[in-house]
Design a protein around this ligand. Sequence first.
Ligand SMILES: N[C@@H](CCC(=O)N[C@@H](CS)C(=O)NCC(=O)O)C(=O)O
Length: 231
Amino acid sequence: MGSAGKLHMLYSCPFCWKVRGLLEHLDIAHEKIQVNPMKAKKTLPSAPEWKKVPVWVDSDDAVFVDSTPIMKHIDKMHNDGKLWKTDDEERRDKWMEWVDLHMSKATIPILYGSLWSALKTTTRVSKLEKFGFISKRLYAWAGFPIMWGIIARKRVKKDGRTPKKLWHDLLDEFTNEFGGKSFFGGESPDLVDFAAFGYVRSISPYPQFSQLEDHSSGMDWYNAVKATLKV
Ligand SMILES: N[C@@H](CCC(=O)N[C@@H](CS)C(=O)NCC(=O)O)C(=O)O
């Protein structure tokens, strides 16, 4: 089978992890295009209107932007929309919105919320992303005080909880919604599960992930979703 499309992405972007998990679950052949973070705004096929990753380009060159709409599009095109179909659309829509609102905001605090974690994260990101020679070094050293001092510290202070407590609360709230089942979607994961899974998985390349690993129902769910990926 030929490639279904191209995913323009950054390795460390949580929104890209959402789409990647879905592609792996559905076992869809595709190309990954890791963009240079410094050049993304100019080089993305959706630029200049949309300057964010992920961007999905279908095999017929149609361009799709924004992670949740991309997931819906891929499910529709390659899976008869089965992961989005439900008897309770109100519950699904409410929780998709909840996941996109709350989990998306919780990744920065855990990765950059203290000076030490920010340093560890930016060093790792500079190795994982396709930076140029200069920007790689610049990001590794100038990135962490910016991420920590300007962005993360404010968010942690505003929330009032430690980043670990914030994640444990989110995982409690999410898994409590399963009504005793293994997934939000019931016996098998649906698109809401894959969206949440993407945010959680985006933390997995970093040492701070261990703070999530001691949430047992959260990890039962995470590992159960992971087990459905065909990679
Ligand atoms: N709502 C978008 C958010 C995407 C997003 O913010 N991506 C970040 C990288 S993690 C980005 O490209 N930021 C560049 C910018 O905001 O200009 C989605 O879900 O795809």
